[in-house]
Write a protein that binds this ligand. Structure first.
Ligand code: ZN
Length: 287
């Protein structure tokens, strides 16, 4: 069974750890993340971008696959199926398809239109017990075609959006999607502290978790971040492990070309990455 992010993240906020959101792309990704969460006795958020949703044949295919997998693998830790950076139409479709949480990313609208549309999505989601994440101040880098400028969010705007009744708030604090450039200025903890003060006890989200140094992650959690999104890091781990397998010529030995063998090193690499993040975020044994 899938659960809303609301209670899971309220507990995380209260006990000062963060729950990882790991984006999924296919069956192997989903299975690797679910099994790791179960082994670590950690709650987990499966993130699905609109692009990944299309790739996997639509939100219904994704929701049905995840639900069936949770059942057949005997997963008992809390699992949240969350739409990542949803558009207005996309959020409605994910709610319809059976997701248990949606992000409505209205950060590219002006604040007034963002508020109007966020309210509509909240009303629809709440009627079905689905949690809603909103974003203030676009997050830098590129995510599935959505390009953000990397703004630092205005704490007053954060409070305005939080007061609409969203369950989770993503606020830009200098974080960006994808790999961080060498000259990256780091997270803006002063603004994070102001946002926390303005919106507490709202669980805050840190997008772009790949490549943020461990000490910054820990500090962000201590300042109110309860959900951290990791996407690129699993992709890199999967690609590295798959490349090593092929470069070593293993696909040419025996039945090494069998996809169940070919994809196994990447699968294990995702598991190791997810476990490492759960340790860093402090979510192990918090299911
Ligand atoms: Zn993001």
């Amino acid at each position: 069974m899938l659960v809303s992010a609301k209670e899971v993240l309220a507990k995380a906020k209260n006990e000062k750890y963060a729950v990882g959101q790991f984006n999924i792309n296919n069956l192997e990704w989903t299975k690797a993340i679910l099994l790791t969460a179960q082994e670590c006795n950690s709650p987990v958020i499966l993130g699905v971008s609109e692009g990944a949703g299309k790739y996997m044949c639509g939100f219904k295919t994704v929701a049905d696959m995840v639900k069936a997998m949770v059942e057949s693998l005997g997963i008992t830790v809390p699992v949240i199926l969350h739409l990542d950076h949803g558009s207005y139409e996309g959020a409605k479709k994910a709610i319809e398809a059976g997701f248990s949480s949606v992000m409505f990313d209205g950060s590219h609208y002006g604040i007034e239109e963002n508020i109007e549309k966020t309210k509509e999505i909240i009303a629809l989601a709440n009627s079905k017990g689905i949690s809603v994440e909103a974003e203030v101040g676009s997050i830098g880098g590129e995510e599935d075609g959505v390009v953000g400028a990397g703004e630092v969010a205005d704490p007053n705007e954060c409070k305005m959006i939080a007061d609409l009744g969203v369950d989770i708030l993503a606020a830009g604090i200098g974080n960006i999607h994808g790999k961080y450039p060498a000259n990256w200025a780091g997270l803006n903890f002063e603004v994070l502290a102001e946002i926390e003060k303005a919106t507490s006890p709202m669980p805050l989200v840190l997008h772009g978790g790949t490549g943020i140094p461990a000490d910054m992650i820990k500090k962000a959690i201590s300042l109110g971040v309860s959900k951290i999104n990791v996407n690129t890091e699993c992709q890199i781990a999967f690609a590295d492990a798959t490349r090593k397998y092929i470069e070593a010529g293993k696909d040419l030995e025996g039945k090494g070309f069998d996809p169940r063998k070919l994809l196994a090193p990447g699968f294990e690499a995702i598991k190791a990455t997810v476990k490492e993040k759960m340790e860093l975020f402090g979510s192990i044994n918090k299911a």
